[in-house]
Design a protein around this ligand. Structure first.
Ligand code: SAM
Length: 280
């Protein structure tokens, strides 16, 4: 039997994690508005103990560490060795922040956290109810949960425009994946997400839509390069292989061109859910 979350763990320690680590600054800028909304909903206060699930390169862990101050503590948990290397470098010398390299749904976590937080890091579990049940055991009674996740891919053209063009250029069929399979869009249906949290023991669940523009690049050419580095189109580029890359790049640039502003900038909307709840 395959170990839980094996495919995701391999991805985040392979090309996907390496790309996220290399592109940390631009990706943090791209998704900052969504993280800011989740952080505002989380209301981390001085002295709090916070768990940042799927913390990646550590951006939100660092922000949370500033909010909880020297009397508080932030622990970031992630499966990705390459991304945690970036996070640890960024947090060097800070006493109130540490990182655990582990599957958050399987690892024995320390206890007594008052806040469970995540920016786009909780949609990758094979067994989400079990994952949230186990993560809940690390929480103190009455602890809060706050995370942000994507609405359906069909409402997120930043993901679909480039991917559709790349698929067509590569001559690959449209993948028929289960929309709830582990991946960025697994929590797109708020009823499904709310059911998972309820079954795991969370209450007072609120799921609020949040839309913000995403700046994909200063020009269609730049946006196409980025789309083929990270995100759904980049997976297609890897599958198609290096020989197909120039054709994919050209097709993705052409597909993004109608979305460029007068200055050339490519801005497309990102649509997410901000989810909050209480533990028991
Ligand atoms: C889309 S990235 C978001 C990273 C970071 N939160 C950010 O906003 O920049 C998803 C993160 O979830 C992590 N992840 C996926 N499955 C995980 C698991 N089972 N346990 C812990 N982290 C996981 C990945 O390694 C990756 O860092």
């Amino acid at each position: 039997m395959t170990a839980p979350n094996a495919a995701q763990i391999a991805d985040w320690n392979g090309a996907v994690g390496e790309r996220w680590a290399a592109e940390q600054q631009s990706l943090d800028a791209l998704i900052q508005p969504f993280g800011d909304a989740a952080l505002a909903a989380a209301r981390a206060a001085p002295g709090e103990k916070v768990l940042d699930i799927g913390c990646g390169c550590g951006e939100t862990s660092l922000t949370l560490a500033r909010a909880v101050g020297p009397s508080g503590e932030v622990v970031g948990v992630d499966v990705s060795g390459p991304m945690l290397r970036v996070a640890r470098n960024r947090a060097a010398g800070l006493a109130n922040i540490s990182f655990i390299e582990a599957d958050a749904s399987q690892a024995p976590l320390p206890a007594g956290f008052s806040l469970l937080f995540s920016r786009f890091g909780v949609m990758f579990f094979d067994q989400p109810v079990e994952a949230f049940t186990r993560m809940g055991r690390a929480l103190a009674p009455g602890a809060r949960l706050a995370f942000v996740c994507w609405q359906p891919a069909a409402l997120n053209p930043w993901a679909t425009v480039a991917a559709r063009a790349a698929l067509a250029a590569a001559g690959l069929p449209t993948p028929q994946a289960d929309p709830r399979a582990p991946g960025p869009f697994a929590f797109a249906d708020p009823e499904y997400t709310s059911g998972i949290l309820e079954q795991a023991g969370f209450s007072n669940i609120a799921i609020t839509p949040l839309e913000a523009p995403m700046r994909l690049g200063a020009s269609p050419a730049e946006a196409a390069q980025s789309a083929l580095k990270v995100g759904p189109a980049s997976r297609i580029a890897r599958e198609a292989g290096p020989d197909a890359f120039p054709a994919l790049l050209q097709a993705v640039e052409a597909a993004l061109t109608p979305h460029a502003s007068a200055s050339g900038e490519v801005l497309l909307p990102g649509r997410t859910w901000v989810v909050t709840a209480n533990w028991h």
